[in-house]
Design a binder for this molecule. Structure first.
Ligand code: GDD
Ligand code: MN
Length: 355
């Protein structure tokens, strides 16, 4: 059975036409289905309209959501209450063309996910303004680096289907509009995804709810995902930053308070900051890993890699300032960055290698 979820907010002008069209298409294709409208207690009483209009249709029901409002939350609630093995989402305003659902269903049987796509051959955005096309494309490009093996042409699509079994495996906690992208990001493994083209229709009634808040929530979602999937790298960077402060502080104490020579002070400062960084990385950055090597061997290797990355920085600065006309500060910045990357890679894959 197919479960068709229709998220709605103030759609009384167009939702019945959308539902009737879906019923027509699915009856014609002889598919068994249920339609679940997930309405966020719309002020225009869309929920009431559905209740009254389809009271005699057993397979059309409405969930009137009184809790937190939001497109993704509404869709997730619909998914979890659905009885079918195949879950679909369409906008309630009729902008998604239901006539491709039977084709999407055929594809979904062979895949994990099927997407109604505006950006594959045969698809299109209809009468969108240039600005809207631009925003949609930018949003897609922003998402690509995060999608890994699961890249698709239209990650912003709000028209898609997935197997209930896949949904059950995911632990979705999303706000905003981008429920499809959230599903793709939450799936760690490579998914089988098929895109089916359609042309996005023009809204005939009501108005779009996509505004700045939606865009802001989207960027927040990508940032959250970036942080959670790069925790070690970010912590490592913070440790490095703290280490630099420790380095400067020790240097100051050594020269100005203890009155040791500058070069000796510098060496002491470097080693103290290495010890500081090692301890923090060992007990913070990589603490979740199960590492079999001894603490001392890790410490020696950490020292070694720290020196190597220092050398790399020096070599980069030397190369750029000798053979190009690059400003020395830019050269130093490039050197530090390269040193940092190498430092992180070797620490994460060698010094703190998990079993
Ligand atoms: N329950 C609920 N709660 N439904 C909502 C909410 C909400 O907070 N906000 C919007 N909806 C419903 C609308 O009633 C509509 O049925 C559907 O979600 C899409 O909202 P629109 O406001 O019509 O979005 P759009 O047409 O501008 O955006 C379309 O393109 C986007 C990609 O560019 C949609 O297809 C989006 O899903 C898609 O991401
Ligand atoms: Mn719409």
């Amino acid at each position: 059975m197919l479960s068709i979820i229709l998220p709605s907010y103030n759609e009384r002008e167009s939702i019945c036409r959308t539902i009737d069209e879906i019923i027509f298409v699915l009856n014609k294709a002889k598919l068994s289905f249920e339609i679940i409208v997930c309405d966020d207690n719309s002020p225009d009483e869309t929920w009431k309209l559905i209740k009254d209009t389809y009271s005699s249709e057993k397979n059309v029901r409405v969930i009137r959501r009184m809790s937190e409002k939001g497109l993704s939350q509404a869709v997730i609630e619909g998914f979890s209450k659905a009885k079918g093995d195949y879950l679909f989402v369409l906008d309630a305003d009729g902008q998604h063309d239901p006539s491709i659902i039977p084709k999407m269903f055929l594809e979904l049987k062979k895949n994990d996910l099927v997407v109604g796509s505006r950006y594959v051959s045969g698809g299109g955005v209809g009468s969108w303004s240039k600005t809207r096309i631009f925003v949609s494309r930018c949003a897609s490009y922003l998402a690509y680096p995060f999608m890994g093996k699961n890249k698709i042409n239209d990650p912003m699509a709000g028209f898609f289907g997935l197997k209930k079994s896949l949904f059950n495996k995911l632990n979705l906690d999303v706000k905003g509009y981008k429920i499809l992208l959230a599903i793709i990001l939450a799936s760690k493994r490579k998914l089988k995804i098929k895109e089916v083209p359609y042309v996005f229709r023009t809204r005939t009634a009501g108005e779009s709810k996509l505004g700045f808040k939606v865009i802001f929530e989207y960027i927040l979602m990508l940032m959250k995902f970036f942080i959670s999937s790069n925790k070690e790298l970010l912590t490592f960077a913070i440790v490095g930053f703290l280490g630099t402060i420790v380095n400067l502080l020790v240097m100051f104490l050594s020269v100005d308070i203890v009155h040791l020579p500058v070069l000796l002070s510098s060496a002491i400062a470097v080693e103290v900051s290495i010890i500081h960084n090692f301890l923090l990385n060992n007990f913070w950055t990589f603490t979740k890993r199960s590492i079999s090597s001894s603490l001392f061997s890790r410490f020696l290797r950490f020292n070694f890699i720290s020196l190597i990355s220092l050398l790399i920085t020096l070599v980069v600065v030397w190369l750029f300032t000798t053979y190009t006309s690059m400003w020395y500060l830019i050269a130093q910045a490039v050197g530090i960055l390269l040193g940092f990357v190498i430092n992180f890679l070797f620490n994460s894959r060698w010094v703190f290698k998990s079993e």
